[in-house]
Design a protein around this ligand. Sequence first.
Ligand SMILES: O=C(O)CCC(=O)C(=O)O
Ligand SMILES: [Fe+2]
Length: 539
Amino acid sequence: MNLCSRLGMQNSTSSHPGEANAPHSRSLGASPRTLRSHGRLTTLNKKSPLSAESGPPPPHPRRNGSKHDAGELQQYKCRSKQSSVPPDTRLLTTMTTALHRLPAFTNFQDAVKGIQRVSYCTGAIPLDADTSTIFYRTDGKPYYIDFAKASSEDLKVLAESCQPATFGVNKQDVFDETYRKAGKMDAANFATQFHPSACGVVDAIRDAMLPAQDTDRGIKIEMYKLNVYGPGAFFKAHVDTPRSDTMFGSLVVVLPTVHEGGSLVFRHRGTEWTFDTAHAISTTSPPGLRAAFVAFFGDVEHEVAVVTSGYRVTLTYNLYYDDTRTRRQDQAKTAPPLIPVAIPPTPRGSDLEPTLSALLTDPNFLPEGGLVGFGLFYKYAFRVKYIYRIDYITKPTPLSGIEKSLKGSDAAVHDVCKTLQLKTSLKTLYRTNKSAAEFCLADEVLSLHFPAEYGLLGSLKDMYRDAILAYGYGDEAKLEGDIDISEMQPVLWVAEAGEVNSFEPAYIAYGNEPGLDCAYTQLCLIAKVGPFGKRATIK
Ligand SMILES: O=C(O)CCC(=O)C(=O)O
Ligand SMILES: [Fe+2]
């Protein structure tokens, strides 16, 4: 069924701007009006005056259900007629407000808010005569620098052997010293006996950043660049370019050089924290030469503050999940103990399991069952569906594949749903505009390079059969689109899906150098809750 026939409307392909943008009525009052009572739909008014007037819909151009090109969506622009029946939404709103205020629900919400959010892992590593040296080449000549006794002249030579660092914007490699002023050396041009996996850093990252059940998961670490930040150097706020859909983060190792400024400042969802690199490598307590490190999820925004004196030298690495190996193969054999480096702690403590369990045993909570949603805290790298002309298509990352790689608090929410036998799935969320109450939950990241149009959600549903047309519980009165509420499902948001994908190209990423195939996407986790008494939806 096409969108227009589903709505009982005339198919309008008019490009007249006045028509396309005319104010639209909600179908809540225009087509079969429905009352949603704790998840169940009761039809109030079986006959739709609109569908009677509209006559039979024109044939659907893709009745066979094959997928559409993005551009074809334009032809689905539909226009609803003004309804004379005012929507009765007061009752709906009262019921859903009650659900939001249910103590068992707010307790669970508070538990989700209170999850410990660990977005990073830090420490310092003692260096010895072997691990404090870096060999490098420049202009075809070999050099080395020993950080145990590097003079400022040695550091200057290293700095001058670097190239100006670039960064990626929209798949372009950009050199812009107002955004990033630093020197970089590619991994092919230097070597060191310092290996993060040999000295226990990778184990520390696994323990701090991966969920508890991943204690055995393999991590691949890839040396990326050596960076020198001299006086006046900096790198403004960015996220790190995902180089594969298995990449989850970055590791920055700060080598021991005296410098001032140059702190790494992280910002994520309203929280800011600082890794003071100059302090982290200070050799006073306990005494001895050390490198400091910070690993973080790559989608967490960070910047390097201006270096005010000295040279700040870092090694950067990409971190990937590697399911072809296990911890045992990677584990450091005789690593010296890491030295803790302080970063202000993040909030701790959560009672996810008892509060969700109490919620599910509350007869007033979704008595008929329904969908519960969580806007995820982090973004996830996915492989872009890449179409070259019409014949070369790379396979995009299936969202189901990301479920096993959820980060930190997102993994905790996912795990508690699984523990309590709730079926979960990851979805991308599309709205026609930021304030729209209705949205579409899809199973893939869609490449939609055209402006949002009225009627688009229905078109998405036609294109992606498994897509869910939905609205937030309590938002019934705000529905403005052209889709019948009986074709939509309410989602009860535990954590709002704040920033969502819009219909802009999703493939903007900037960080170090650009990556061609991967980008970050915002996702939400949808859990299906069964009716009271039969909550489990995992069979
Ligand atoms: O050198 C550093 O501290 C890290 C810089 C950075 O964020 C990057 O190279 O992406
Ligand atoms: Fe970065």
